[in-house]
Write a protein that binds this ligand. Structure first.
Ligand SMILES: [Zn+2]
Length: 649
C-alpha cells in the first residue's frame, strides 16, 4: 500500500519542475511489443515431452518438466493457454504459474514476458540447441479464498492447460505432446487419454495433439469406482467416480437406471457418436471446487459428496452430467465458427452461445427427463421456475439476450467468473443458458404443431449434430447454418424468429413454447416439491417472486431482484434480516408475515435489518402474498410439452 503512493508524489514533483508558461510536450504512444507469431496450420517438428508431478498433496503444487524440441537458433515465443474451450473466455490462470526456469544445451535461457499479453514469453534459442528444457510449477489454490481448489487429500483434478507452455505459430492440433503424470501412492485415475505405460506411480500416455491433451483432463483419487453405462457397446461409455470417502461411491438403483437410460436416449436424438469411448469424470467432494466442463470424449464434473447417496434430494443438480455429455455433440463436435480458435491464445467470440449452451441446456433438461433423472412433474416444476425467473427479468429492458453471450468474456476481464453476481436480474450475465431453453422449446413446439407431430427439434438435432458418425473432429457453423438446418426440418422464417427473440426487449420471457405446449405459467402460495428441494440442500428460503430475494441460512439476503419490493426499500445482497414485525427472524415467521400482509387492509411488513454495523427498520408495502411458479395444464389443448418430455422408443 505504501509504495502505491510514490508515483503520485513523483508526478507532483515533475509538474512543479516544468517551467511556468512552457507547454508540456504532446505525449506519443510508445511502440507496442513485437507481434507474436500467428498460428499456422502446419506440423510442429518433434514431440513435446510433458511430465507432471502431482504428488504434493500438502502444498497442492503441480511440478512440471517440459521438453520442447527446437530446430535452429533464433527467437521463439512460448504461450500459456489463455482462451480455454468450454469456458468461452480468457480465464487461463497464468498468475499461478511460477518458478519458470528454461535451459538449452545445458545453458540458462533468459525469458521476457510480453508487456501486453501476459501469457506470452519471449526468448532466444541459443546456437546448437536441439530442445528447450522448461521447469515450472502450477500453484493450485490451497483453499477456496485462493481460487478454485483442484487438489484435496483424496482427489485431484488436473487440467493440462494449467501445466503447459507451447510454441507460438502453430495450430494446437499440429503440436504433438507426450504427457505423463506422477500420482500419489495407491491413487487411481481416469481420463480420455490412452495409457501407454504405468510404472513407479507414473502413468505415461500415448502422444496426442495439444488440442486433444487440453481436452483430456485427469481426475484421480484414493477412492474410485467405475461403472460401465453401456455394457457390451463397441464404443464404451463409462462413469468414473472419485469421492472424499468410499461410502459416497455407491450408486443406488434409481441413479444407475437413469444413467444407463441416458446413453440410448441421447443416441436416439443425435443418431451418431463423436467418440470412440466416453468417460464421465465425476468427483464427489466437499473439498474441491464445483466443476462442470465439457470435453469431446470425457467431461469433468465435481459436485457434492452425497450426489448418489442422497439421490432423492439431489434433484436440482442431476442435469450436470447429461448437460456435459450432450456437449460432445453440441459444442465439441459442432462449434460456432467464431468460437473455434486455432490455438489457445487467439480470442474467442461467443455470439452463438444460445445454441452452444442454450440448446445443450434444452437437451440436458429434456433428456434427463426422458431418461428418468427427473419425473415429468419435476421437469414441469423446473420449467415453471425457469420461465418465472426469466419472465421477471427487468434487465431485459436494457440488455437483449444476444448481448449476454458476451458474459463469459466480460466476467473474465472483470475478475474471474467466480465473482458473485450482485444484481443478476438486471445484469442478466449468462441468461443465454436458461432463456435458450425457452427459445428452443418455442421452436420445438412450433415444429410439432405445424407438422402435426411428424417433425420436431429431434430432427434438427439429428441433422445438425448427428452428421459424420464416428468423427471426433470439429465442424463449425454460423447463424445462417442454424437457420438453414431449421428450414430443412420445416420451412419458416427462422431468421426472423431467432432475431426477434435474441434482440428483443420483451416485455417478459419467450413463453410461447409453454403455451403452445398446452400449459400456462401461474403463481400460487404453495411451493412445488421440486422448488422446495432446490431450497433445502442450500438451506435457503426463496422469496424471489414475492418480496424479491433469497434468504440464506444466516438470514442474509442474496439474489435481491431489481425493482422488487425489497429493492424499493434499499435492501441489497448481504443485508441481514434480524426481526420480522418486531420478532426475531425465522423463515416461517416471514412466510406468516407475508400471508398476513395479503389480507384486506393489512399493515406493511416491518423488517429490522442489519447492514454492517448499522441497524434500521424498513417497511415493505407488499400485499401480494406468497408466490411460487407452476405450470398449469390448459384443458382441451394438445399437450405438446408432454410429447417433448416423453422417452423415445
Ligand atoms: Zn454447458
Amino acid at each position: 500500500m505504501k509504495h502505491a503512493i510514490l508515483p503520485a508524489l513523483l508526478l507532483v514533483f515533475a509538474c512543479e519542475a516544468t517551467p511556468a508558461g512552457q507547454p508540456a510536450g504532446v505525449p506519443r504512444p510508445a511502440p507496442m511489443p513485437p507481434a507474436i507469431a500467428a498460428p499456422q496450420d502446419v506440423d510442429y517438428h518433434g514431440t513435446v515431452q510433458l511430465r507432471v508431478d502431482a504428488t504434493d498433496l500438502d502444498r497442492k503444487i503441480f511440478r512440471v518438466r517440459e521438453s520442447i524440441p527446437v530446430s535452429g537458433a533464433g527467437r521463439i515465443d512460448l504461450l500459456y493457454p489463455k482462451w480455454l474451450p468450454g469456458t468461452h473466455g480468457p480465464g487461463g490462470p497464468v498468475a499461478s504459474l511460477a518458478g519458470l526456469v528454461i535451459t538449452a544445451a545445458g545453458q540458462p535461457v533468459e525469458w521476457v514476458r510480453d508487456t501486453v499479453e501476459m501469457t506470452a514469453f519471449h526468448l532466444v534459442i541459443p546456437e546448437g540447441a536441439t530442445s528447450l528444457e522448461l521447469e515450472f510449477q502450477f500453484l493450485t489454490a490451497v483453499n477456496a479464498k485462493g481460487g478454485d481448489v483442484a487438489v484435496s487429500p483424496d482427489i485431484l483434478d488436473l487440467e493440462w492447460n494449467t501445466v503447459v507452455l507451447y510454441p507460438a505459430g502453430y495450430y494446437v492440433s499440429r503440436i504433438q505432446v507426450e504427457p505423463s503424470i506422477k500420482l500419489p501412492d495407491g491413487w487411481r485415475f481416469a481420463t480420455a487419454l490412452e495409457t501407454a505405460s504405468l510404472s513407479g506411480g507414473e502413468a505415461r500416455f500415448k502422444p496426442v495433439s495439444l488440442e486433444t491433451l487440453v481436452d483430456s483432463p485427469i481426475l484421480a483419487g484414493r477412492y474410485y469406482n467405475q461403472v460401465d453405462l453401456d455394457p457390451g457397446a463397441e464404443f464404451p461409455v463409462r462413469l468414473n467416480v472419485f469421492a472424499d470417502d468410499p461410502k459416497y461411491l455407491e450408486m443406488g438403483p434409481g441413479a444407475l437406471a437413469a444413467y444407463r437410460a441416458l446413453v440410448p436416449q441421447v443416441l436416439k436424438v443425435f443418431g451418431s457418436r463423436h467418440y470412440n469411448h466416453y468417460d464421465f469424470l465425476l468427483g464427489l467432494s466437499d473439498n474441491l471446487a464445483g466443476v462442470g466442463l465439457e470435453h469431446h470424449r470425457s467431461s469433468e464434473n465435481v459436485t457434492l459428496p452425497a450426489y448418489f447417496t442422497d439421490w432423492d434430494k439431489s434433484v436440482i443438480t442431476r442435469d450436470l452430467l447429461p448437460h456435459e455429455y450432450i456437449h460432445s455433440w453440441n459444442g465439441k463436435f459442432r462449434r460456432p465458427a467464431d468460437l473455434w480458435t486455432p490455438d489457445f491464445n487467439v480470442p474467442m467470440r461467443d455470439s452463438l452461445l444460445w445454441v452452444y449452451e442454450g440448446q445443450t441446456d434444452f437437451w440436458g433438461k429434456v433428456l434427463e427427463t426422458r431418461s428418468g433423472f427427473l419425473s415429468k412433474q419435476q421437469a414441469l416444476d423446473l420449467l415453471a421456475f425457469e420461465a418465472a425467473t426469466f419472465d421477471n427479468r427487468p434487465g431485459r429492458s436494457w440488455r437483449a439476450l444476444q448481448d449476454t453471450t458476451n458474459g463469459p468474456v466480460i466476467l473474465a476481464v472483470q475478475s474471474g467468473s467466480s465473482q458473485p453476481i450482485q444484481w443478476g436480474s438486471w445484469e442478466r450475465n449468462q441468461d443465454y443458458y436458461w432463456e435458450g431453453v425457452l427459445i428452443w422449446l418455442d421452436a420445438d413446439t412450433m415444429i410439432r404443431e405445424r407438422t402435426d407431430g411428424k417433425r420436431s427439434l429431434d430432427d434438427f438435432a439429428r441433422a445438425f449434430f448427428g452428421i459424420d458418425d464416428g468423427s471426433f473432429g470439429t465442424v463449425t457453423y454460423t447463424f445462417d447454418d442454424v437457420v438453414k438446418a431449421l428450414n430443412d426440418v420445416m420451412a419458416y422464417d427462422w431468421a426472423g424468429f431467432l432475431h426477434s427473440r435474441l434482440e428483443g426487449h420483451g416485455p417478459g420471457a419467450p413463453l410461447d413454447g409453454i403455451t403452445r405446449g398446452g400449459y400456462r405459467l401461474v403463481y400460487t402460495d404453495k411451493e412445488s416439491t421440486f422448488y422446495h428441494s432446490g431450497e433445502k440442500p442450500r438451506k435457503v428460503a426463496d422469496f424471489d417472486f414475492s418480496l424479491g430475494f433469497v434468504i440464506e441460512a444466516d438470514a442474509t439476503l442474496s439474489d435481491v431482484v431489481w425493482n422488487s419490493p425489497a429493492f424499493a426499500v434499499g435492501l441489497t445482497d448481504g443485508n441481514q434480516i434480524v426481526a420480522v414485525n418486531g420478532i426475531a427472524y425465522d423463515d416461517d415467521r416471514l412466510r406468516d408475515a407475508i400471508r398476513e400482509a395479503a389480507k384486506p387492509g393489512a399493515a406493511p411488513i416491518s423488517l429490522l435489518v442489519r447492514k454492517g454495523n448499522r441497524f434500521s427498520t424498513v417497511s415493505l408495502d407488499y400485499h401480494g402474498g406468497l408466490r411460487y411458479p407452476h405450470l398449469e395444464r390448459v384443458a382441451g389443448t394438445p399437450a405438446l410439452l408432454d410429447d417433448v418430455l416423453a422417452p423415445r422408443n
